[in-house]
Design a protein around this ligand. Structure first.
Ligand code: SF4
Length: 912
């Protein structure tokens, strides 16, 4: 039976599907019905009356946005009666609207202006009381002009239904009705997250980006579509330019990842691009000072020093850091330069510090280490377990999906030591002690097994190693886990039942039939991975997914959220010490030979050093020369006092970046690179989707795209790679990388693709492991709980955990140079529970000293229930109160990822 039927619109037969409205049916047939309050992502509001239509047999006009399409109905969208009603609606709106189109920022894009023109409204026929509100310019991101608000409600619905912030709503009734924040407070004092979705949705000039005010008329702007350079979600952005100047940024409505939505960083955090302190020429250290130099001179100094060190001390005395902020092409070239020109596998990047344990753990369990399902799957997942991910701040647009799913009836389970934003949407919040994740997940699985909730058919058909695994969790009862995790046994039991779908019958009786299946998705991030037993944590989650059969199907899976914009791509490109592009092992002779033949050189076969090992090797004298592209280990690595000492001691250091970062300050040569909006190429987002990046601006001064610098470097070293564009680099990479083999820049220009995409006729793979795992069968692992490397004691009685906040990114190198982001979050802080603060006699806002065995910092304290009594939290973005002075460099033995998330600290009132 088909869902399709026919109706008549304006005399044409139109095919519609069940569930469509008349407006949607008309849109699908190219019949444009006017609308002001309607937005395709929102539930119909039916308030503006612009979309009214005549339906044969109905006495009154009907709002087409809310009118269900039905078989055989006859609709007229353009009759005299309809036009008169629309004209009246516009006249009424204009009767209380400033007629200042000539000076309005939205002139030329204002939808009200457009309809007034189309409907022939030439004057304001109604005279009466009017609103004259002053312009509200109290926030750093956008302007609010209430007098231009037509109360269409798009901003309110965006804020509530899409973003889940609920910072604005309709207040009052009748003439005094207005969109307002609670008690009219400035937005900074509300739950507003400054995503700017309201601004993008506003059809008039009531909400306007600060950056575009006075910068030109809408029709003067050109646009460039590209991908956000902050986090791994990979949102599509549309840059608006006027005469080469960026005017504003909007979410790309046509990008399948974000469908127009962004967070504050993507929309408002781009002004660092034109900061005067951008690096604009190469710098070479002379007489102890960094001084401007020509490119030829700088490249010569780099090549001669690295070559000299390599020949005097062997190639493995050199180390290279690639960059998860750079494109796939640039990471490919960086690892080719490292391996082919400098003959070492000592290459790594910041994935080591965020998801190395994901790559290691999922490769062991499934054969490949990446997000198994697309982001969009979360929207329809019946149950979502979010563990070790403050998604609302780390990956905001993914949090929008999770919140919408929870509002639509999905069961959300949050496991996090802090009361994060998602807890407000969760049916179950498990506040586990930092570092106790294996105990918690094993206990969840113990319940699932003991209550007969495992997916036995999936286990039998698709997995191996089950019997040993089952024996290993027999003792891990919720009562065993309670004292380790701090989570009450009964809470573990009920969360386990929810995850395994024991309440699926209950959900299936509710509104959404799509939620009637027993499927559950696991979402995790650095709370799981940044641990000295991060690989165990990941393996435990892989066990949980296999135990419940939640792999290889929609709305399920194991979904690690990658941190930086291209950290997935940098891993895929082989910017890792043990693998070439496509995770082809350097110590596999056949695979290595393929690259040797393509590049024409013998390549090193021994896996190289990882990030933290490199810094240790500097101290021991093994590493003497280092080339760092777009990374900032002087702030991002654990125990940074140790790292800074290493950077000071190293014989020769090259840093390629866009600002003189904390790390660049130690360099002998600084090479000015290009930011994400100043280059072409590709990024691969957290869900393995490869997307084209387009150039919005030219790099400033003599700065060059990083891929050009790397090709110039190879040429200076006497090895011309024979490549002259980003697309040529991509094509070479794709020819050597099976999972990218079917992709090309031309194909990606049409639509992004999920890898693996092995051939040009392959559509890409949004869901992994549908028929078989990459390794054949999924492998259960025995994972035993081990305590963190450092536990609190009498001297250091509190547990420090670190993480991101919404307004900043990584080491703050760019986000802290964005005026709006910096003004929304100007300084670091330590979160302390009220009971702990009282015991320490410190008050909210006071400065405290936080000490660990590795160092101490002074920082303002924020007294909050978000953390439990024995835990404190510090965001790691702030150089002047750097959390990584305190963190522990203890490594996971397999993934070599450090223990950022747990260390023992002491907090005291700061002196003076
Ligand atoms: Fe950029 Fe991530 Fe924000 Fe999207 S969610 S706009 S990718 S920072």
């Amino acid at each position: 039976m088909t869902d399709e039927f026919t109706l008549i619109i304006d005399g044409r037969e139109v095919i519609a599907r069940r569930g469509m409205t008349v407006m949607q049916a008309a849109d699908s047939a190219g019949i444009r019905i006017p609308r002001l309050c309607y937005h395709p992502q929102l539930e119909p509001f039916a308030g503006c009356r612009l979309c009214v239509v005549e339906v044969e047999g109905m006495k009154t006009l009907a709002a087409s946005c809310a009118l269900p399409a039905a078989p055989g109905i006859i609709v007229r969208t353009d009759g005299e009666r309809v036009t008169a009603a629309r004209r009246l609606a516009v006249e009424l709106l204009l009767s209380d609207h400033p007629a200042d189109c000539l000076t309005c920022e939205k002139c030329g894009r204002c939808e009200l202006q457009q309809y007034a023109y189309e409907l022939g409204v030439r004057e304001q026929p109604f005279v009466g009381e009017r609103h004259y509100d002053a312009l509200d310019d109290t926030n750093p991101c956008f302007l609010r002009e209430y007098a231009k608000c037509i109360l269409c409600g798009r901003c309110v619905s965006m804020c509530h239904d899409i973003v889940g912030a609920g910072a604005i709503d309709f207040a009052h009734r009748g003439f005094t009705c207005r969109v307002a924040s609670p008690f009219g407070r400035p937005l900074q004092e509300t739950t507003c997250v400054f995503c700017g979705q309201c601004v993008q949705a506003c059809p008039t000039g009531a909400l306007v980006e600060r950056s575009r005010a006075g910068k030109g008329r809408e029709w003067e702007f050109s646009t460039v579509r590209t991908i956000c350079g902050y986090c791994g979600v990979g949102c599509g952005l549309t840059f608006y330019l006027n005469h080469g100047e960026i005017i504003k940024v909007e979410g790309d409505e046509n990008n399948p990842v974000n469908r127009g939505r962004t967070c504050v960083k993507g929309r408002f955090g781009w002004d660092f691009l034109t900061r005067p302190d951008r690096l604009t020429s190469p710098l070479v250290r002379k007489d102890g000072e960094l001084a401007p130099a020509t490119w030829d001179e700088a490249l010569q100094v780099v090549v001669s020093n690295l070559s000299r060190i390599g020949s005097e001390h062997g190639p493995d005395s050199l180390a290279f850091l690639a960059s998860a902020k750079c494109t796939n092409e640039e990471n490919y070239l960086m690892q080719r330069l490292t391996r082919q020109v400098f003959a070492t596998n000592n290459i790594d990047h910041c994935a080591r510090l965020c998801h190395a344990s994901t790559v290691a753990g999922l490769a062991l369990a499934f054969g490949s280490g990446a997000m198994t399902n697309p982001i969009a799957d979360l929207r329809r997942a019946p149950c979502i377990l979010v563990i070790g991910s403050n998604t609302s701040e780390g990956h905001p647009v993914i949090a929008y999906e999770i919140k919408q799913a929870a509002r639509d009836g999905a069961t959300l389970i949050v496991a996090d030591p802090r009361r994060i934003d998602l807890c407000d949407y969760a049916a179950h919040w498990l506040r586990q002690r930092p570092g106790s994740d294996v105990a918690l997940v094993n206990a969840l699985m113990n319940v699932i097994l003991s209550e007969g909730l495992a997916d036995e058919a999936f286990i039998a058909a698709r997995t191996e190693g089950f019997d040993d695994f089952r024996s290993s969790v027999t003792e891990c009862t919720p009562e065993w886990a309670e004292p380790i995790t701090g989570v009450p046994a009964e809470d573990i039991r009920s969360a386990a039942r929810a995850f395994a779908g024991a309440d699926a019958t209950l959900r299936s009786s509710e509104a959404t039939p799509l939620r009637s299946t027993r499927r559950a998705a696991i979402v995790y991030a650095m709370g799981i991975t940044q641990s000295s037993h991060g690989t165990d944590n990941v393996l435990a989650l892989a066990n949980l997914a296999m135990l419940t059969g939640n792999l290889g199907k929609p709305n399920a899976g194991v979904n690690p959220l990658r941190g930086q914009n291209n950290v997935q791509g940098a891993c895929d490109m082989g910017a890792l010490p043990n693998v070439l592009p496509g995770y082809q092992r350097v110590d596999d002779d056949a695979l290595r030979r393929k690259f040797e033949q393509a590049w024409g050189n013998e390549l090193p076969s021994q896996p190289g050093l990882t990030v933290v090992e490199m810094m240790n090797a500097v101290e021991s004298g093994q590493i003497r020369g280092m080339y760092i592209m777009g990374e900032n280990p002087a702030l991002s690595d654990p125990d940074i006092c140790h790292v800074r000492k290493a950077l000071e001691e190293i014989e020769f250091l090259v840093v390629q970046d866009i600002f003189l970062s904390e790390t660049a300050a130690y360099a002998d040569v600084v090479l000015p690179g290009a930011a994400f909006a100043e280059k072409g190429g590709t990024f691969t987002n957290t869900e393995r989707r490869v997307q084209l990046v387009r150039r919005v601006l030219s790099p400033p001064g003599e700065a060059r795209e990083d891929w050009r610098i790397l090709l110039d470097m190879a040429r200076t070293a006497g090895q011309d790679f024979g490549l002259d564009s980003e697309s040529a680099v991509f094509d070479e990479m794709a020819a050597l990388t099976p999972s990218y083999a079917g992709m090309s820049p031309a194909r990606l220009d049409q639509a992004p693709l999920h890898w693996p995409c092995p051939s040009p006729d392959h559509a890409g793979t949004p869901i992994l492991h549908t028929e078989r795992f990459t390794r054949g069968k999924g492998l259960f692992h025995v994972v035993s709980y081990r305590p963190p490397a450092e536990e609190p004691d009498a001297e250091y009685p509190l547990i420090l955990t670190t993480g991101r906040i919404l307004y900043h990114f990584h080491t703050g190198t760019v986000s802290r140079r964005s005026a709006s982001l910096d003004s929304l979050a100007p300084e670091g802080y330590v979160e302390i529970n009220p009971a702990t603060a009282a015991a320490l006699a410190v008050a909210d806002g006071e400065r405290v000293r936080v000490s660990s065995r590795r160092g101490q910092i002074e920082i303002r304290c924020r007294v909050t229930e978000r953390v439990g009594r024995e835990v404190v939290f510090i965001p790691f973005h702030f150089a002047e109160s750097a959390a990584n002075v305190l963190t522990n460099a203890a490594l996971d033995p397999q993934a070599k990822i450090p223990e950022f998330k747990v260390c023992a600290v002491r907090v005291e009132k700061a002196q003076g």
